[in-house]
Design a protein around this ligand. Structure first.
Ligand code: NAD
Length: 347
């Protein structure tokens, strides 16, 4: 039976990436039925909101979505669709595996981090106002419930995926109450995993320096929303940039998979952007849906095409467009399937 999945192509480079990703996932050996729904500025005129109810209903019904990036107007206009979607669906954990890719020239070749970012509160709660004409106030919300929930997610992820250490990242030396509560919550949860998963903490500024200097020392990081947003882009930079890092937003009732990067409007419609992050997000989705073998095939085929370097996009130094990159991955998947079907030869 086909897997019914909501597909939100997004805007900017989103639709091109979504097209390549959908074709790759359709070639993975798993049958999908895509329910395509649009969100963002393009639907504002028709529905009066960038996130119409039928989009949320579709994700609630299918319990899983693959999403392209969506533009958020800066300093004015509607609230981020991405943030609203995460809050409306209770997608409390943002998970970003960051792994070195063979063939991509970067400063390090042994990065293997997982960033677990709290996705619902902190300064992203969207509570801000002007205080008179010349001052603005944004309120940072940290609760024990959300902090313990994300910490438990990080430890459970570590256990399930053979990881050894969870590092909590904070600024509790300055924000003694809010970040202090986050750290205290992580410590409380850590105690229940004592002897199975190690626990340590780092102040966020020091963490950034450590990641730039010795990323191989770190394993699973758990962070409040804002630090998680910033540190995950830093980590993406360690392995080749935003174009190659996938992401997952996990809740108790639904999950939305999306690349880490934004809509890169300047490249929209040019068949230029790198589809890797969205394709690897699709592989994370396959794992989430219980198809680890198909997920592995997609990841291997994508990594092989990158390692070969002949059909990659401009940002990886290659000559290909978005769709040609996707085609090369599909060819690779087909070659793998043919090899698996070929009779064994005896010598
Ligand atoms: P961005 O990630 O869109 O682009 C930054 C730069 O990274 C681009 O100019 C490009 O050089 C490079 N880049 C990003 N993705 C790439 C890809 N797939 N292939 C090749 N190069 C790529 O970040 P931004 O310019 O800060 O944001 C643009 C818009 O995207 C904003 O409106 C922002 O709010 C939105 N955004 C959306 C999401 C999301 O939908 N989850 C995430 C981040 C930003």
């Amino acid at each position: 039976m086909a897997l019914r999945v909501t597909l939100i192509p997004g805007d900017g480079i989103g639709p091109e990436l979504a097209d390549a990703t959908r074709r790759v996932l359709d070639a993975s050996g798993v049958a999908f039925e895509w329910e395509v729904v649009d969100a963002g500025e393009a639907v504002m005129a028709e529905y009066g909101t960038p996130l119409p109810d039928h989009v949320l209903d579709s994700v609630r019904r299918n319990r899983v979505a693959l999403k392209g990036p969506i533009t958020t107007p800066i300093g004015e206009g509607f609230r981020s669709v991405n943030v609203t979607l995460r809050q409306a669906l209770g997608l409390y954990a943002n998970v970003r595996p960051v792994r070195s890719i063979k063939g991509l020239e970067t400063r390090y070749d042994d990065v293997d981090l997982v960033i677990v970012r709290e996705n619902t509160e902190d300064l992203y709660a969207g509570i801000e106002h002007m205080v008179g004409p010349d001052a603005a106030e944004s309120i940072k919300i940290i609760t024990r419930a959300a902090s313990e929930r994300i910490a438990r997610y990080a430890f459970e992820y570590a256990l399930a995926n053979g990881r050894h250490t969870v590092t909590a990242v904070h600024k509790a030396n300055i924000m003694k109450l809010s970040d202090g509560l986050f750290l205290e919550s992580c410590r409380t949860v850590a105690a229940a995993y004592d002897g199975r998963i190690q626990f340590e903490d780092r102040i966020v500024d020091n963490m950034c320096m450590q990641l730039v200097q010795k990323p191989e020392l770190y394993d699973v990081l758990v962070l409040p929303n804002l630090y998680g947003d910033i540190v995950s882009d830093l980590a993406a930079g360690l392995v080749g940039g935003l174009g190659v890092v996938p992401g997952a937003n996990i809740g108790t009732d639904a999950a939305v998979f999306e690349p880490v990067h934004g809509s890169a409007p300047k490249y929209a419609g040019q068949n230029k952007a790198n589809p890797t992050a969205m394709i690897l997000s699709g592989a994370l989705m396959l794992r989430h849906l219980g198809y680890p073998d198909a997920a592995q095939r997609v990841e291997d085929a994508t990594r092989d095409v990158i390692a070969e370097g002949r059909a990659t996009t401009y940002d990886l130094g290659g000559p290909a467009g978005t769709s040609q990159f996707g085609d090369a991955i599909i060819d690779r998947l087909a070659a793998g399937a043919d090899a698996a079907l070929a009779p064994a030869t005896t010598v």
